[in-house]
Design a protein. Structure first.
Length: 430
């Protein structure tokens, strides 16, 4: 075969071979690039896996540290569901409820240990927290061993990544010692208030004796007159009856004063009950009027009709009014007798809260002395102990109110003002 024919016959085979080589080169290049990408992806994936592993380790470390912190926390830390099932509780919490092992309380209802009278308030707090709010509550528990303790819990919502509340996180502390101390302080102030009432009666003895002397003298005079008329046989039965009515009236007056004094100096504490401030003011004036009369002080009262009663101890409220009235009377010794006016008002303020104002027309006090006068042992009197106004403020605050003082806006003197929340306001704070 001629050479050119042989070459011509071999050309397609070479072309095919070259095409195959080119294709193989392309495939090889693609495989190399793919291998490089896979290696890069592997390195990235390995890095991500390593970073995730490190993040998990950090998270585990953080969780471990958090658990150690919670475990060593001296206050009770707990997680619970809306219906009160305890999910977790740290060792301090277990000690508070006197549980030997977590299984004794975790997984059960918190209402097992909450005193019955506080369960409704605790449930209201739980509902508030699961609505996304925080709250504080003081309540009593009965431990698994039957011991009662006062607790204060701060509850906040625990949320997931979507912001949904999944549990109540509560930090609870034992405040039994604090409550006991508060009770001791209240008892101390009750004793002090009683001593102040007895001391007040001692200071007012001469005025009260004079006040009692008047109806007793009138009774004696009317009785002697009736005896003379009976013996003379001159008066009719109607005239004698009118004279005896006067005797009865004077006897009632003396009896009212004595009953008011006996009630005022009693020591036992009355439970809170609805108090009519108009009645309290009337009783206070039975005791205050004799001293005011001796000091030539006129008394003007203003009581808004139809005021709702306030909850509290009538004797303690009367003590506040009487003490403020006596202070006002004594403060006016320095002014002319014709200008001595004690003004007492009982009215609802702009918010409807029962308010009592006791004002005088005395010389008043400098502005820098208005706040210190409520501090224990601060006094402007030569022979005063400085406890009267401190006791008054403690009584008012124990009733949920406030006591303050300001200069008289219509003339000389001071105006003491205290308010007492009504039935609904008081119950809202319980």
């Amino acid at each position: 075969m001629p050479l050119q024919d042989t070459v011509a016959a071999a050309l397609p085979s070479w072309a095919t071979l070259m095409a195959a080589l080119i294709l193989m080169a392309s495939v090889l290049a693609y495989v190399v690039r793919l291998n490089l990408r896979l290696r890069h992806s592997k390195r990235v994936l390995e890095g991500e896996i390593a970073e995730r592993r490190r993040a998990e380790e950090r998270l585990a470390d953080n969780e471990q540290r958090l658990r150690q912190i919670i475990a060593s926390e001296p206050e009770c830390v707990k997680l619970q569901t809306l219906d009160g099932i305890l999910l977790e509780m740290n060792p301090a919490g277990l000690r508070l409820v006197e549980a030997g092992q977590p299984e004794e309380i975790v997984g059960t209802s918190v209402y097992r240990v909450i005193a019955p009278e506080f369960r409704a308030a605790y449930q209201a707090l739980s509902e508030k927290v699961f609505q996304g709010e925080s709250g504080i509550l003081e309540f009593q528990i009965i431990s698994l061993k039957g011991r009662r303790r006062w607790m204060e819990t701060h509850a906040v919502p625990l949320t997931d990544a979507r912001g949904q509340v999944v549990a109540l996180l509560g930090i609870t502390r034992d405040i039994t010692a604090r409550k006991r101390a508060e009770d001791e302080v209240r008892l101390h102030y009750r004793e002090l208030a009683h001593a102040a009432r007895v001391n007040t009666m001692g200071e007012m003895a001469s005025g009260l004796a004079h006040e009692l002397n008047q109806p007793l003298a009138a009774i004696a005079n009317y009785s002697r007159g009736c005896l003379r008329r009976l013996r003379a046989g001159k008066d009719s039965a109607d005239e004698l009856a009118r004279a005896f009515e006067q005797v009865c009236s004077q006897a009632d007056r003396a009896g009212d004063i004595i009953r008011s004094l006996r009630r005022f100096v009693r020591k036992d504490e009355a439970p809170p009950r609805p108090v009519d401030l108009a009645d309290v003011l009337r009783e206070a004036l039975l005791i205050a009027e004799p001293e005011a009369s001796q000091h030539q002080v006129r008394i003007a009262t203003e009581v808004v009709a139809g005021m709702a009663p306030v909850p509290g101890d009538a004797i303690q409220i009367e003590q506040v009014i009487l003490n403020l009235a006596r202070n006002a009377v004594e403060a006016m010794d320095e002014v002319d007798a014709g200008r001595r006016l004690l003004r007492i008002r009982v009215f609802p303020d702009a918010n409807g809260v029962a308010t009592v104002e006791v004002g005088d027309s005395g010389p008043g006090l400098p502005g820098d002395m208005l706040n210190p006068i409520f501090e224990p042992f601060f006094t402007t009197k030569a022979n005063g102990m400085g406890m009267g106004l401190a006791i008054c403020r403690s009584i008012v605050e124990a009733h949920g109110g406030t006591l303050g003082v300001r200069p008289n806006e219509t003339g000389p003197g001071l105006v003491f003002r205290f308010n007492l929340p009504g039935m609904e306001e008081t119950f809202d704070h319980e």
